[in-house]
Write a protein of this length. Structure first.
Length: 216
């Protein structure tokens, strides 16, 4: 019986692969926690290594500098958010509710998400806004657009209830306007912006969105 061929010396070891993935996930989670608690300036590679329970050398093997790991955190966070949103939007009961109810539930979810992840989202959004790499900014914009696609499709399916002359464009623009308003009120202390009362934020943002779409 012929002997089985010896594995290539370059072939990855399954256990090593698994450990490598676990280490990477630990590093990104540690960096995310650092951003949440200390902001971009306080999130150092040494601090991230300590949180992850690894040496600084292991961090540098994966990420040559702090910017690289912050990019990876940003992309992982918003990719996961997009996947979670897609799963939630696939629920069959959403197809049965009115555009008014859909808008309110959506905005309630946005407000809850911003409040639950205020520090982290603030850090990630500021990081992307102030980044000087055009390729990263394009990827960040693409992730944001992808996160809206499923929501836009839900409202587009109710186009007969929308009286804006260009429903498709209005839905996307209206969602961005609402997100910007919520971010000003919940994430950033934007100078000159009058903060909406906590209890009034959801109904006022819902009214803003629906009136712009021309929904009765």
């Amino acid at each position: 019986m012929p002997r089985p061929p010896k594995p290539s010396p370059d072939a990855p070891h399954p256990v090593s692969q698994q450990r490598s993935r676990e280490t990477l996930d630990r590093l990104l989670t540690a960096a995310e926690d650092a951003l949440r608690e200390e902001g971009p300036d306080g999130a150092t590679l040494r601090g991230i290594a300590e949180r992850a329970g690894v040496s600084v050398g292991i961090v540098y093997r994966r990420f040559p500098d702090k910017d690289t790991i912050l990019r990876a955190v940003y992309i992982r966070f918003f990719e996961r958010t997009t996947t979670l949103n897609a799963a939630n939007l696939a629920s069959s009961h959403l197809a049965q509710i009115s555009v008014q109810t859909l808008a309110r539930r959506l905005i309630e979810g946005m407000v809850a998400g911003y409040r639950a992840n205020r520090s982290l989202l603030r850090s990630l959004i500021l990081y992307a806004r102030t980044h000087d790499d055009a390729d990263f900014k394009r990827r960040a914009a693409a992730l944001n657009a992808a996160a809206l696609d499923g929501i836009v499709a839900l409202f587009a399916a109710r186009a007969s209830e929308i009286h804006h002359p260009n429903p498709a464009a209005a839905i996307r623009f209206g969602l961005r306007a609402v997100a910007s308003t919520l971010q000003d009120n919940l994430l950033f202390d934007t100078p000159g912006v009058d903060q909406v009362d906590r209890d009034a934020l959801v109904p006022e943002a819902t009214r803003l969105f629906l009136r712009y779409l021309g929904v009765d």
